[in-house]
Structure formats: C-alpha cells, structure tokens
Write a protein that binds this ligand. Structure first.
Ligand SMILES: *Cc1c(COP(=O)(O)O)cnc(C)c1O
Length: 437
C-alpha cells in the first residue's frame, strides 16, 4: 500500500491522501476481481482528489457574478498577496465540480481535509468558533436541554458567554454539578430526568483561566458514554496532541491542552474549534466529528448565515495540506512557536548586540493561560514603545520592568532589518535595560 501510495507522489498531494487513494483503489480492484488494475485506479483516484481541490479558474461563462465560481472577483488589498491577473482575487471552483461541470459544495474541500488531519469522519467550516457552537446547539438541541458543568459556563471574551450563546440557539441550559467539582454521575442524573429532555452533553474548554485546588471534572470518555452525543468546545484548534507536523513532537508547554483527534477518539460526537488560534489559520470555526451530526448542522438554516467565503476556505485548504504533509514549518504559528531560543539570540545579536537579551513569549489569544515560552529579543532601557509604534512600518513592542522589549519570536526573520532600522532611528539612541538612559 505504501509503495502504491508513493508511486502517486507526482500528484503533489500529501502522503495520507495518497494512501487513501491507494486503499480505495485496491479495495475496488479486489472486489472487481481485477487486482492488476489497482495501479491505474489509484492514479485515477489521486488525480480526482487533486482536481477536486479549490482552485483558481478562468471564467469564460460571461456570468459576471457566477455563484459557483465565488461571485465577484475583487481588487488586491494594498500590500496583500498577488492573486489573479488584476493582482486581486479571481474566480475559483468555490461551488463547482470540475469533473462534472455541475454545482459542488463549498464544504467539500478544506473541511474534508481538516477532518482527515484530525481523524474525524466529517467537518464543516463556519465564521468563527462562536458561530460553530451556536450552530451546533441550534441544529442538535433547539428547544431541548443541553447539560453543561457549572464549572464550564465560561466567558471567552468579546461577549462570548456560554449561557448567552445557549439562549440564542434556542437550546435550554441544564446546569450540572458545582463550580469546582462536577462528576459524570451529575450528568447522568440530569439525563435521567425525562422532563429535562436532554439532547446533548456539552463540555467547554476553560481556555483562558484555570480552576485549582479542590476540583474534579468528568473525563471525555465518561461524558461520551452517557447515551447522548457529547459536543466538546475545545476552542484552541490543536488538531493532534502528538503534533506529527513537528519534527521534535509537541513542545512541553502544550501539556494538557485538549486536541481534536484525542477528544474524538475518546468518544466525543463533535468538537468545535477556532481557525485562528493554535490551528494557525484564518478566522474561522470548525465543526468536526460524526458525519450524521455534521450533516445535521450543515442542513440547519443558520449554516447559510454563518458560511465562510472562498478566501478563508482557500487559506484553510492550504493549511490542512500543510498539516497532512506534516510540514509545521509551513505554518507560521508553529514555526514561530518552536524556533529554538538559540536562533532568536543569534538574530538579536545580529540586530544590536548590546541590546540582545532573553525574554518571555506567550501563546496569547485566550489560550494556554500562564504558559510562558522562553524567547529572546532586544531589551531597551525605559518606555520607547510609542516611538517604535510611530515608525513606518510600525513596530509594536511591550513594556516590562521599566524596559522596552522587542521579542523576536513573533518577528519574521525577513523583518529583522526593519527592527534594526527602527532601533537605529530612535533619538536618543537606545541603551541596554538596566543602564541609566
Ligand atoms: C476562543 C474560544 C471560543 C470563541 O472562538 P472564536 O473563534 O473567537 O469565536 C469559543 N470557545 C472556546 C473554548 C474558545 O477557546
């Protein structure tokens, strides 16, 4: 199977997708009693997979706003990437099947690749994780009860509060357990009440805070075994706790962060997560898990209101292909998060040796509270952030302990020259922290 998959490498697809093509081809060839046809069939399947990806096309239909081709192409954003002949965004196979010429679904490509990358049966994409939770609750529990631990009735920020999202969805919140201790038996008791009509159990990752001390929470496996689907809002979008896209495996600071693959393996019916947190993609929300539950979400009228555009789907497709290729270096978040401190120190010394110093970076985005990532950068005496911010392009620094820190973990190496120029332009010239300015 592996040899057959490798023979398809010229399609440019990631290895796991070639293995899928090889498996399907072999199964078909065997069931047709024609094993010799496996290679040709595999080539055809891999070719079809590659052709099914969202791709730019030349629109010769004369239909200016062709819905299947993504409606209007648009002009390039200033400083943005070059796309089509005008430099902007061009017609693409957003809802178009290249093989048949018929209408396709925008939920077929990037979502399917994301599902493949986290071991889900199916997935769909909406505008953000808040919409993902709203849609799941409306589609699977509208007018019915949803059991949630009192310790997980969280506010994520920006007004995303679980009880309020629940109210908007039309589902009824069934609070279970206490703030610090909730057991599986608390859920079982709530579910046993026929009047409560519980449709789902919901677990919500405490993304941005911790509860410590006298605490207890049911495991995913316990919640998944209650007889109703478990929906796990994991928030951060870590696809797989083993991080197969990182050569050195998961960094230690990820310990304990829930991951889509493992939460689904433990029995959750669905997971929901953001596109722009640990997933490292554009703003989006992903619903992944059981095919029947995803289909029920996709069929709900809110799905149309929350659907993403081709720009986001294209970016998510490239991102999912990078994950499937196990190429974390192609994902800026993971590349930045795992750059060795020694590399950052060397870059800092190259920019301004007297200002180079060790710093502390954080994941941010309301994820992994309290986690610190050792880092390095430039450390200047005094508060110089406003001066750096006024430059062109602006350099956004932070102040810590009466010093100004430019942390290089979040600076692309190509921008080191920009940082060097911004520092050189400061008047009076910067001096190392701890020296009298
Ligand atoms: C961040 C987060 C959300 C909200 O995600 P958005 O993509 O910003 O809408 C919802 N749930 C959890 C657990 C989160 O961490």
């Amino acid at each position: 199977m592996d040899r057959l998959a490798r023979s398809l490498a010229d399609t440019g697809l990631p290895h796991p997708l070639l293995v899928d093509a090889a498996r399907t081809a072999v199964a078909e060839a065997v069931s047709d009693g024609d094993p010799a046809s496996a290679a040709d069939r595999a080539q055809a399947h891999a070719g079809a997979t590659a052709r099914a990806l969202l791709t730019d096309v030349v629109n010769g239909t004369g239909v200016l706003l062709h819905t299947n081709l993504g409606r209007a192409p648009w002009p390039p954003p200033a400083g943005g990437p070059d796309g089509g002949p005008d430099g902007g965004h061009r017609y693409a196979t957003l809802e178009f099947d290249l093989d048949t010429g018929a209408r396709g679904s925008r939920q077929d490509r990037a979502p399917a690749l994301l599902a493949r990358a986290c071991g889900a049966e199916a997935a769909m994409v909406v505008n953000n994780c808040a919409s993902a939770v709203l849609l799941v609750l409306a589609a699977l529990a509208g007018g019915r009860g949803v059991a949630v631990s009192r310790g997980e009735l969280v506010e994520i920020g920006g007004g995303f509060r679980i009880p309020e999202v629940m109210a908007q969805s039309g589902a009824r919140l069934m609070e279970v357990g206490t703030t610090n201790r909730t057991r599986a038996t608390d859920f079982a008791t709530a579910l046993a009440d026929p009047a409560a009509d519980v449709a789902l159990a919901l677990s919500v990752h405490r993304s941005n805070y911790r509860i410590e001390g006298f605490t207890e929470s049911p495991t995913t496996a316990e919640l998944a075994g209650l007889g109703v689907p478990l929906v796990a809002d994991i928030g951060s979008g870590l696809l797989d706790a083993a991080c197969p896209w990182l050569a050195d495996g998961p960094p230690r600071w990820l310990d304990g962060e829930p991951a889509a693959r493992q939460v689904l393996e433990a029995g959750a019916g669905l997971v929901t997560f953001s596109g722009d947190k640990l997933l490292g993609g554009p703003q989006a929300g992903v619903i992944a898990g059981r095919a029947d539950l995803v289909a029920a979400c996709a069929a709900h009228p809110l799905a149309r209101a929350l659907r993403p555009g081709s720009l986001v789907l294209h970016a998510l497709q490239d991102l999912a292909l990078a994950y499937l290729s196990r190429d974390g270096s192609a994902i800026p978040f993971w590349r930045m998060a795992t750059t060795p401190v020694a590399d950052l120190r060397a870059r800092a010394a190259g920019i301004a040796p007297d200002l180079a110093g060790d710093t502390v970076a954080v994941p941010g985005g309301g994820t992994l509270p309290g986690v610190e990532i050792p880092s390095a950068g430039l450390v200047l005496a005094g508060d110089r952030v406003a001066e750096l911010r006024a430059g062109s392009p602006p350099v956004i620094a932070r102040v810590a302990d009466d010093a100004t820190v430019v942390d290089l973990r979040t600076v692309h190496p190509d921008d080191d020259g920009v940082v060097a120029e911004a520092l050189a332009a400061l008047d009076p010239a910067p001096v190392p922290a701890g020296t009298a300015p």
